[in-house]
Design a binder for this molecule. Structure first.
Ligand code: ZN
Ligand code: FE
Length: 254
């Protein structure tokens, strides 16, 4: 199976998976033209669309793609995703025969209330919930919900490849560095990220093991992260308070 992040808009990735027989699926196709170009260049046939959440930059290309391809559109239960043909919810699995893929659906509310992730074949397709070195903004959910969602994702095997919806790694890394300047794994990842970005290459997918070692939002219980939260106004009375403190500090970080 081949995994390709297709850049779209300023910083989105539309994740494409295809097999050697030219059968493909895409996740969160915000821009149909980007997908069509990739299909044509590689002589692929689009067989399914998976959606993680309702935001326009993730679903905006679906209607146009459906006009040209007959295929199932998997999406969470949410009226705001009108183009869905198959609704998925937590704990369900979806299997396709061509390309041969199998994903488990995880409900991960926080960025939006109906946000889901797809986990399978060593991949985590997590939309705008987990980013490399960061996490999504809380547009609809509470800090407790988002933390529970990130805790769930964090428990997946370390070799899982994190396929996130945006190239935010460099900016996330600057914030992560202010929280944990002495974390050697983070320092190494920041050097790697700087090298990739100067060559205009994606910093994704990352490994979940790397995220657990470097991403402050998965390190709420680590000593230096807890200490940093304690020094902020939001405080650090418990892990939800630490997460809320960290997330609001990131919201205003420049
Ligand atoms: Zn979003
Ligand atoms: Fe997005």
């Amino acid at each position: 199976m081949h995994l390709i992040p297709l850049p779209a808009f300023a910083d989105n990735y539309i994740w494409m998976l295809h097999d050697d027989a030219g059968q493909a699926i895409v996740v969160d196709p915000g821009d149909a033209a980007v997908v069509e170009r990739a299909l044509n260049e590689r002589q692929l046939q689009l067989r399914a669309i998976l959606l993680t959440h309702h935001h326009h930059d993730h679903v905006g290309g679906v209607a146009e793609l459906l006009g040209r391809h007959a295929l199932p559109v998997y999406a969470p239960v949410d009226d705001r995703i009108a183009e869905a043909t198959i609704r998925v919810s937590d704990g369900e699995s979806i299997g396709l025969s061509s390309p041969r893929v199998r994903f488990e659906v995880l409900a991960i509310p926080g960025h939006t209330l109906s946000h889901v992730a797809y986990v399978g074949d060593g991949l985590l397709l997590c939309g705008d919930t987990l980013f490399s070195l960061g996490c999504g903004r809380l547009f609809e959910g509470t800090p407790a919900q988002m933390l529970a969602s990130l805790d769930r994702l964090s428990q997946l095997p370390g070799e899982t490849l994190v396929c996130a919806g945006h190239e935010y790694t460099e900016a996330n890394g600057r914030f992560a560095h202010t929280v944990e300047p002495d974390n050697p794994s983070l320092q190494a990842r920041l050097r790697e990220v700087a090298g990739l970005r100067t060559r205009q290459l994606p910093t994704l997918p990352s490994s979940l093991a790397d995220e657990r070692a470097c991403n402050p939002f998965l390190r709420i219980d680590a000593g230096p992260v807890a200490d940093w939260c304690r020094r902020q106004h939001g405080g650090a009375s418990d892990r939800i308070a630490r997460f809320a403190t960290l997330r609001s500090a990131k919201d205003v970080f420049r």
